[in-house]
Design a protein around this ligand. Structure first.
Ligand SMILES: *[C@@H]1O[C@H](CO)[C@@H](O)[C@H](O)[C@H]1NC(C)=O
Ligand SMILES: *[C@@H]1O[C@H](CO)[C@@H](O)[C@H](O)[C@H]1NC(C)=O
Length: 370
């Protein structure tokens, strides 16, 4: 008797749990905001977004609690209230982690039930205390099969804790989101699909950083489309990644396509050989270049040629031996239209402070539609 009823009860509970958190979001038009990149929280045009991610909260290396650094605390604690002044219905999420330096701490935290609990409980407490509507995991990246398994445990326990907290507080459950690799397959390792489906409201698919002039790229000395939607020469593209996620079993309705508000600058070997896959001598700049800076570069160098390549869905521009691959309005609107056409939940940008006068944010919002 029990052996038949229990699984039934369990699956009914899971089903109800899923209904409880999947009812809310019908679309996601989102961007991250990151402090110290020139755009104050009060200057964000929040009318262009349904959701804003506040990045990043930190993960303590010894007790595995989520914290907000002292230098960020004033801006983070008033983030929701501030962005809701222009758009009272915008939802906010606190993003945890970020760069690859935090990855080992995430891996240790996820490896044990007690440290997962510290992480989960402190994250929920921190989100509520600072008036966020949700939490976003930015673990870049789990890198072993065990770490991917532990990620699945973490997501399921996190969802259960979020549901419990909502029941006991009487509040709407916090949103639970994670930013993942562009593909469900991370160099031969698979993301935990069942846990993602059961426990996350959606996945932010980081469909960018496919190539660059830096050493982490597979071809730093060839110009390229850093966030190509399509790539006829390889499997590394936004479209391949989205197809892989759907093929692996994640519903299109849980996928949110990431677009970059930045690009990369290469130094051409020959100014006259200036297409995609042109020979380069590494980077023209020591870091990525924001869309804002790219527009300034184009304005200041009157000989700059700008190109939209619809095969890759990328923009690039060049002046002399400086060659920049990036997303301008054509790439952004094509990608957002693609996301809508594929039945995805929406799009997000990294990050709004890199935009030029909200041109790309506006383009994305219009391409998605009301
Ligand atoms: C985009 O660039 C590739 C590589 O140079 C080229 O083969 C292709 O024809 C270009 N697409 C368009 C539409 O110009
Ligand atoms: C790329 O070019 C730079 C500058 O010429 C050089 O130092 C570097 O070794 C090259 N990288 C590769 C992978 O060939």
């Amino acid at each position: 008797m029990a052996s038949k009823t229990l699984p039934y009860l369990f699956s009914t509970l899971l089903f109800l749990l899923q209904l409880q958190f999947s009812a809310g979001q019908t679309e996601v038009k989102a961007a991250y905001w990151f402090p110290g990149t020139g755009l104050s929280v009060s200057s964000i045009d929040s009318t262009l977004f349904t959701h804003l991610f506040c990045a990043f909260a930190d993960l303590d290396q010894t007790i595995y609690q989520v914290t907000i650094s002292a230098s960020n605390s004033a801006q983070f604690s008033t983030f929701t209230q501030t962005v809701q002044q222009k758009n009272p219905s915008v939802k906010t999420l606190l993003s945890i982690g970020g760069g690859d330096a935090v990855a080992p701490t995430f891996a240790s935290m996820a490896g044990q039930a007690s440290t997962r609990k510290s992480f989960i409980d402190s994250s929920i407490q921190l989100a509520r205390a600072n008036n966020f509507h949700g939490l976003d995991l930015d673990w870049e990246y789990p890198s072993t099969a065990t770490e991917f398994t532990n990620l699945g445990l973490l997501l399921n326990e996190w969802r259960a804790a979020v549901a419990n907290e909502a029941t006991s507080s009487g509040n709407t459950p916090l949103l639970l989101v994670a930013a993942f690799f562009y593909s469900s397959n991370y160099y031969g390792l698979s993301y935990p699909i069942q846990a993602i489906t059961n426990s996350l409201d959606w996945v932010n698919v980081m469909a960018y950083d496919f190539t660059s002039p830096f050493s982490w790229s597979t071809a730093p000395n060839l110009t390229g489309a850093p966030a190509a939607l399509y790539n006829p020469t390889s499997q590394v593209s936004g479209d391949s990644g989205i197809a892989a996620w759907i093929q692996a079993g994640v519903s299109a309705k849980k996928l949110v396509l990431g677009v970059p508000f930045y690009g990369y600058a290469w130094r051409l070997v020959n100014a006259n050989d200036n297409g995609i896959f042109a020979p380069a001598n590494g980077a023209a700049l020591s870091d990525a270049i924001t869309y804002n800076e790219i527009k300034d570069f184009i304005a200041q160098n009157s000989d700059t040629t700008t190109v939209y390549n619809s095969t890759f869905v990328t923009n690039y521009c060049y002046s002399g031996t400086t060659w920049i691959g990036y997303d301008d309005t054509q790439s952004i609107s094509t990608k957002v239209t693609y996301a809508k056409g594929k039945g995805l939940l929406g799009y997000f940008a990294w990050q709004v402070g890199q935009d030029k006068d909200f041109v790309l944010s506006q383009t994305a919002s219009s391409a998605w539609g009301a």
